[in-house]
Design a protein around this ligand. Structure first.
Ligand code: SF4
Length: 751
């Protein structure tokens, strides 16, 4: 505070003056006249899936500040560092302002008419020559639900390709696949308030303190809980635990199976619930034979007593919550691990009750929106491609012939990239994502993009490493510049509003989709009379009616008035909203027979084991200050100064063996490539034999060395473990890293 007062005096500001009473400036650390908003616009944070309500302060047509919405039930006015600085993204360097078309090897400014004509002309030419499915589309978890809904129809029915997926496959397709297999439908069953009601909370591979900080405040408020954290790394969340389980990398599935075996052997399961509401118990019991305490201890590295204690605490809890994120999802065994988690919750009936839930904490702000309303791995409304009834129903709702609706999903994201490598995908449209930083084993992706006849990138920022390779760049509005809804991890729908217009000639994604539909000649058939996002929302409400993700009782007016609403929300739900706070409370699941499925799963070692040449296991992850590939946060000076560059965490034993010292610059090398000149941090946060590298930084891109290994069910990449060696970098002057993101021509992208 003394420092702030000194800074204020130097700046000639009286920070006690009422005129500085609005908006804390996260750059200066205190309020300033420049930040004195004339009015505030309610909206929702555009970063993570926690879904904090916020207010954007507007002055002279600019967003000058943000503050947490004190009335929003998710965050009650609190925001994390990213949220507090989010408005700076709107005016950050490198916003995409004009359509750019590659001519004679250079991207040159063109009109929207020329840009869209080129896009439609080239896509149609490729499809005529190579077939309709030679076109691929990869979107994001950053659009509003209205845009996902519109884009899905446009791609599948207007452009006529099924090869459409999102970057959400890189972070939570595993949770989707796991929920579908166990419960018959996607949809996290619980609510955030379960974190306050549970007496036992088990977090597996979930560093919420870093990645979902406002959820972490709920953990802190529950003083009665026992918090158990399973993670190979002593994360900030692990430091909060009552019981820390330092599992070996990718051994969580063996841990859960051993817990399941204890629960069954000790008869701690709810026999009545299992008999009435599940199927597959005997098959599950038989599959657990290999998971003795001794074998689980050997696989996980945990003491048998600790495994036993965890199982007994979980099974005997009044209400137990299991949360997970990328530590589970980013694996070739991710979907099976989610099924094992669901098995545990089902056997003990820790589901559908206050405090009791197997809960996937999603990544992006509106990953849930695309899961529900998108048209990628499912037909909107959690309908199945393979169900004749579902296809007939959606065709009726859309006034189309059922034959128009695809009977199976197209290629998932990694398979679209493989398709491009093989020459089967010849044109690609990428929206709001930056695979040149985020896709595993980046050289494969470069090969794929190099094979394309035409690449369109639609983004709020340019240049990014991905837009720089595009044949056509479409400038899109970002958070703060458009209207719609986001749905967070607890199925809570919140309104998103525009506070300012997009820069230059940038347009909202929704506008771009309708303009394309007009050029494709399908606007009147697919989007009759649509002019604004509300039109898409109204149709989506009708399409979701009667489904698990039922929005039909919601309206923009009600969302604005109440701040947010959880689905399912059919008409008349207001009076019984608490009854729909959790799914499956009645023991009826979304499977054909209404029973949840207990599914056998098998642990196997992760695909690339350490060896003599590459003796260390690399783990990748995030830091609180940055968002994915830093399109937004890399241009925000307060966040960039807090976390300006990547680092490599290494255990002191390994550092001593390699004769490395703190702050050395090192090379991290795998069978696929190397990351150069990373600053070394020597710390017991990582165990011997393991190293950790954050994945946000294009300059030291972790995906130069990650592998092309994917979950066979969800197609999510195995980002979390690969074999590497670490060497001191060849001696050369240490480069200044200050704000290196903006000094680098290939800046991080979205999201
Ligand atoms: Fe935004 Fe997530 Fe931070 Fe909340 S916790 S302010 S939603 S980034």
């Amino acid at each position: 505070m003394k420092l702030l007062r000194w800074l204020a005096r130097r700046s000639g500001l009286d920070i006690r003056s009422p005129k500085y009473s609005y908006g804390v400036d996260p750059v200066l650390g205190f309020t300033s006249a420049r930040k004195h908003a004339e009015h505030w616009v309610n909206s929702t944070c555009g970063y993570c899936s926690v879904g904090c309500g916020m207010q954007l302060g507007v002055k002279d047509g600019r967003v000058v500040s943000v503050r947490g919405n004190p009335h929003h039930p998710v965050n009650l006015g609190k925001l994390c560092p990213k949220g507090l600085a989010e408005h700076y993204a709107i005016e950050a360097e490198g916003r995409a302002r004009y359509p750019l078309l590659r001519k004679n090897g250079r991207l040159v400014r063109v009109s929207w008419d020329e840009a869209l004509d080129a896009m439609v002309g080239r896509f149609r030419a490729v499809q005529r020559k190579y077939g309709p499915e030679s076109l691929g589309v990869i979107s994001t978890g950053q659009l509003v639900t209205e845009e996902f809904y519109t884009l899905g129809k446009l791609v599948q029915l207007g452009l006529g390709t099924r090869n459409y997926d999102g970057n959400t496959t890189l972070c939570m397709s595993t949770a989707v696949a796991g929920y579908k297999r166990s419960f018959g439908s996607d949809g996290p069953p619980g609510a955030y308030e379960d974190l306050e009601h549970a007496d036992v909370i088990l977090l597996i591979g979930a560093n919420v303190a870093e990645n979902h900080p406002i959820l972490c405040t709920r953990l802190e408020e529950n003083k009665a809980k026992t918090l158990i954290v399973a993670d190979p790394r002593v994360t900030k969340t692990a430091m909060m635990a009552d019981i820390y389980l330092p599992v070996k990398p990718r051994s969580d599935l063996a841990l859960i199976n051993a817990m399941l075996r204890i629960v069954i052997d000790e008869e701690l399961y709810d026999k009545e619930f299992v008999a009435a509401h599940t199927s597959g118990f005997e098959e599950l019991r038989a599959s657990l034979a290999p998971y003795t305490l001794d074998s689980a201890a050997q696989i996980t590295g945990l003491e048998t007593a600790l495994i036993c204690k965890t199982a007994l605490l979980y099974a005997n809890a009044k209400a137990a919550f299991i949360g997970w994120t990328m530590g589970v999802n980013h694996s070739t065994k991710g979907t099976e691990t989610v099924n094992a988690i669901n098995n545990l919750a089902l056997l003990t009936r820790h589901i559908g009750r206050p405090g009791a839930s197997p809960f996937s904490i999603t990544g992006q702000c509106n990953a849930m929106g695309t899961r529900e309303a998108g048209f990628t791995s499912a037909i909107p409304g959690y309908r199945k491609f393979e169900s004749r009834e579902d296809r007939k129903e959606i065709a009726r709702l859309w006034n189309l012939s059922p034959e128009c609706i695809p009977t199976r999903r197209g290629l998932a994201y990694p398979d679209i990239i493989e398709g491009a490598v093989a020459g089967k995908i010849r044109a690609l449209w990428i929206l709001g994502t930056n695979p040149l930083v985020s896709f595993p084993n980046i050289d494969v992706l470069k090969h794929a993009l190099g094979n394309l006849d035409f690449l369109v990138v639609q983004d709020g920022f340019h240049p990014t490493p991905t837009t720089e390779l595009a044949d056509l760049v479409l400038p899109a509005a970002i958070w703060g510049e458009k209207e719609g809804t986001y749905t967070n991890s607890e199925r809570r729908v919140s309104k998103v509003n525009a506070a300012v217009a997009p820069p230059g000639e940038a347009r909202t994604d929704f506008d771009i989709f309708l303009a394309l539909a007009g050029r494709l000649g399908c606007k009147d058939e697919l989007f009759p009379g649509w002019r604004e996002p509300r039109d898409a929302f109204d149709e989506w409400r009708r399409v979701s009616a009667g489904r698990l993700c039922d929005y039909s009782g919601m309206s923009y007016a009600e969302l604005e008035a109440s701040g947010s609403i959880q689905w399912p929300f059919p008409p008349g739900s207001r009076s019984r909203a608490s009854a729909t706070r959790r799914l499956y409370g009645d023991g009826h699941f979304a499977t054909e027979d209404g029973r949840a499925r207990l599914l056998p799963t098998q642990w196997v070692p992760f695909p690339e084991q350490p060896n003599a040449e590459f003796p260390l296991i690399l783990n990748t992850g995030r830091t609180v200050e940055h968002w994915h590939t830093r399109t937004k946060t890399g241009g925000i000076s307060i966040l960039q100064r807090m976390s300006p560059r990547a680092w490599l965490e290494m255990n002191p034993q390994d550092a001593a063996r390699l004769n490395l010292h703190a702050h050395d610059r090192v090379e991290v090398i795998s069978a696929r490539g190397r990351v150069s000149r990373v600053e070394l941090r020597i710390t017991g946060i990582v165990a011997p034999g393991q190293v950790f590298l954050p994945f946000h930084f294009v300059e030291t891109n972790a995906n130069q060395i990650t592998q092309s290994a994917f979950d066979p069910i969800s197609r999510e990449p195995n980002y979390k473990q690969c074999a590497v060696r670490v060497e001191r970098s060849p001696s050369s002057p240490v480069q200044p890293h200050r704000n290196s993101f903006r000094n680098h021509s290939a800046k991080g992208g979205s999201p």
